[in-house]
Structure formats: C-alpha cells, structure tokens
Design a protein around this ligand. Structure first.
Ligand SMILES: [Zn+2]
Ligand SMILES: [Zn+2]
Length: 467
C-alpha cells in the first residue's frame, strides 16, 4: 500500500494571499523551510517563480495532495485565473508580460502596516509595477532596512527578513493619494466585483486585467524615455531605472485620462532632446517611436490604441506638418503587417509565414516588399502569427515548378541568387519577381539542387532591358 504524503498542518490560503507567501507560512507551521517544501511539492527551484504565473508549465498536483487543498483553491493564489489560463489565446502578450517581469522574481514587496493587521503575504504585492499600498497610503518596501538586502520570496517567516529583522517595524514613507490609484485598481480588479473609480475611456474599462497591465507596462517604458531624456534605454534598463516608479504612476494616470493624456504624452515624447538628431527626413521626426509603438500594440485588442496615435497625427498635422508624413507611413506599415482573421477561419487557404518563405526560397525582406506590392496577401491570426494565402504563393510557385533545360552559355546567364547584384539599386528583387509573373522576363533554365525561386536562371541580356 502506498502511503499518501500529507503535511500535518494544512490551513488553506487566504483569499488575497500569494502562493509564494502561502509556501512560507506552510513551511513555518510544519517546522521546515520553503526550499524543502518546494522540493517536497516537486516544484524545482526555477519553477518557484513560474508558480505565480501558473500556466501548464507548473504542476501543482503534489502540493494539492500535501495540503489537501483543491487545485482551484491553490491556483487562486497564483495568477492562473488572471494570466495562465489564457496562454493559448494570448500567447504573445503573456510571453511579453513575463519577459518584461510583470511579477518581481528576485524579491518581494511588503506593506509593514498590512503585515501588522494580518501576517500573510498579499498577492497584489507581487505585481512589480504597483509599488504602493492604497490602504495605508505608503510605499511598499522591498529592501530590508537592517541588512539592506532585497526581501526574498523564500524567507523563513512572512513577517521577518532572513536577518531576523521584524518587517512590521519598518518605517513607512507616505505617498499622495494619486500615487495609489494603480494599487487600488489592481486590488479591486483582483478581489472585488466593483471598481470604484473606473477609467474615463470605455475601451479601457472593457479590457481584462492582463490587457490593462500590458498596456500600462509598455506606456511606462516610453515614459521612462521622457523622464530620462534618453530614447535608447531598453526595456530591462527602464524597469530598473530610478524613474521606474514615477513612470508607472504617470502611465496609470494616462490610462485614467485616456485619450487626452495620451495626446499630451506624445507631445512630450516629441520634445525629447536628440530624438531626431541624426535624422533629416521629415517623416522620421518621431525617431523609431512609431515603429516600436506599432510592434508593441499590434494586437486586435489594442486597435483603439493604434488608432489613437493616428488621431493624434491627424489632429496636430495642421500645426505640425511632418505628422502628416508620419501618419501616412504608419498607415502604410499598418496595411503591410496584415489584417487579423479569426483562427477558426484558418484552413487550407492559408499557410504559415515561415513555410511560405521556405517554399519561395526568399528572405523576409523580399517577402515584405511583395506584400507591399500586393503580390502576396498576408493575414494574422488572433495571436498575431502571420500567414499567407495559399493562392498567392501558388501563383509564384508556378514560375519555378517546371524543369527548363539550360541551353545558353553559362557566361551569359545569371542565377536568381545573383540577381540582386546585377540589379543593383535600379530595381528591387521584388519588382523583378513581378516582372517574371507578368512574363516581361522568362527564365532560360532551372537548377535541380536549389529550391523556390533560387532554381531560376536568366539570360543577362534579357534582364538588362528591365531597368
Ligand atoms: Zn498596507
Ligand atoms: Zn534583513
């Protein structure tokens, strides 16, 4: 008979308790350490951080057996119901949320006054961008005032740092009411059915918690560019910078007062010194911001964000003429990156973008031009993954499918691989492909060992008249 492993002390987690805090409490009550408990629950060291996000990468069944708590009850202490369970529908956004460190991995934040009221570690403290307690109007604390180390998520007591300093004795720094709005919203969104001060914009009110947090995360990043007057700061530098807390507060205020505050934000972004120092072209006067902005918000759920940028350019273009160019380029890019289709509509009419690239044997760069020229039609599924219509790929496939025996002297010919060099900057490879499709030029032979368009050989004297 197999004996079931079970802990002697097995209290359930509190409604607002974080799974990492629960593990501390559980180990303390059972006279062990969090490290040993993670091991016993078969949760490996690196996975203890994944535990918070709880997608299918972490197995909590052993922990459930040890504590006699149902899976659902344990999952409530993680962000499974807010993030993890959506991994199949929102894979890209959730990956980014994780990569950008939505939860503090290396440390824990605490409110000393909350800990006095009840000695358990709150789940809402785990969201890194939220740095205040809306109940006590103070900053959360992440560094132990005694040993000066970060407070760890695997400490031995919820109320004490591992140097044995009682965290409830930490002095608190009071903050303005406005600085606690994000914390309050997060708290209400997590545990309450009502939000006391909703956003002005209905579009933002309709977003789920994960979508608001992602939007907030990216906007905080751009605000750090303004605060530090440096657009070259990358994401991880921004999240560690001295401006990160201020940026997070400002980004949340922008969400509250959307879209007016968003327009003010772009006004400020345009004023960052050195944004355009090397760029002469008028349409580039916002630097790489439009490109980066579109890349970050290129999801159907954020179409209103993308449109608001276009609205901004439109509204201001009378006073700031270069915004007309910015808008035009932005719209062009928008049409190039493909419209969204319903995943269920995906069938034999579409093939994955990388597959299309390998069938044609061309680089992504050339493919992008072909999409711009409307030779190839591209769409995206709800996750943003790219597909090409099979019909448009087949059209090009017809050009290189049949074998053509080479009769010409090889000195007078050029392979498709070599064509770029011959064309120089006179015409693009994509335009050359169009010429083949329109039969303005015909191949004079094919190569057996190559694939896709690389199979084709042309006579140099046939190519020259094209440009
Ligand atoms: Zn508090
Ligand atoms: Zn300490």
């Amino acid at each position: 008979m197999k004996i079931k492993n079970i802990l002697l002390w097995r209290e359930l987690p509190y409604l607002d308790e974080s799974i990492r805090g629960y593990m501390i409490r559980l180990s303390q009550a059972n006279y062990t350490t969090p490290q040993k408990l993670y091991k016993l629950a078969l949760i490996k060291g690196s996975e203890s951080n994944n535990l918070l996000m709880a997608n299918n990468e972490v197995d909590i069944s052993t922990l459930s057996q040890l504590t006699d708590a149902k899976n659902e009850v344990l999952l409530r202490s993680t962000f499974y119901y807010e993030f993890g369970q959506y991994i199949s529908v929102d894979e890209k956004i959730l990956r980014l949320i994780r990569a950008f460190g939505m939860c503090s991995i290396g440390y824990s934040q605490i409110c000393p006054k909350c800990l006095i009221e009840s000695p358990h570690h709150r789940k809402h403290w785990e969201i890194r961008v939220s740095t205040t307690c809306h109940i006590h109007h103070c900053n959360l604390i992440k560094i132990c005032p005694k040993c000066k180390y970060l407070i760890t998520s695997q400490r031995h007591f919820v109320t004490h740092c591992d140097c044995m300093f009682d965290l409830r004795r930490c002095g608190v720094q009071r903050v303005e009411e406005t600085e606690t709005y994000l914390a309050r919203w997060l708290y209400e969104k997590l545990y309450c059915s009502q939000i006391t001060s909703p956003f002005r914009s209905e579009k933002i009110n309709e977003l789920s918690l994960r979508h608001v947090l992602y939007l907030h995360l990216i906007l905080s990043y751009y605000i750090t560019h303004i605060l530090s007057s440096n657009v070259r700061i990358n994401y991880s530098e921004a999240s560690r910078s001295v401006y990160s807390q201020e940026a997070a507060i400002k980004a949340f205020q922008m969400l509250l007062n959307w879209p007016r505050a968003f327009h003010n934000f772009i006004d400020s972004y345009r004023m960052i010194p050195n944004l355009t120092s090397f760029i002469r072209e008028p349409s580039n006067q916002l630097g790489s911001f439009p490109v980066s902005f579109l890349r970050n918000f290129n999801f159907p759920v954020y179409s209103f964000v993308v449109n608001e940028f276009l609205n901004y350019c439109e509204d201001k273009s009378t006073d700031v003429p270069f915004l007309k160019d910015v808008k035009m380029k932005f719209e062009k890019r928008l049409s190039r990156i493909g419209k969204y289709i319903d995943f269920t509509a995906l069938d034999k009419e579409y093939i994955k973008f990388p597959t299309a690239l390998s069938i044609l044997g061309i680089s992504e760069y050339i493919m992008t031009h072909l999409i711009e020229l409307e030779v190839i039609t591209m769409v995206r599924d709800i996750n943003g993954w790219r597909y090409c219509t099979l019909e448009s790929i087949k059209k090009i496939q017809g050009v290189f499918e049949k074998e053509i025996p080479l009769i010409a002297n090889t000195k007078e010919t050029i392979t498709f691989r070599g064509i770029q060099e011959l064309l120089g900057k006179k015409i693009r490879v994509s335009e050359f492909i169009v010429a083949i499709l329109e039969q303005r030029i015909q191949p004079c032979g094919t190569l057996k060992e190559e694939i896709g368009l690389n199979r084709l050989i042309f006579r140099v004297k046939d190519v020259i008249p094209l440009f």
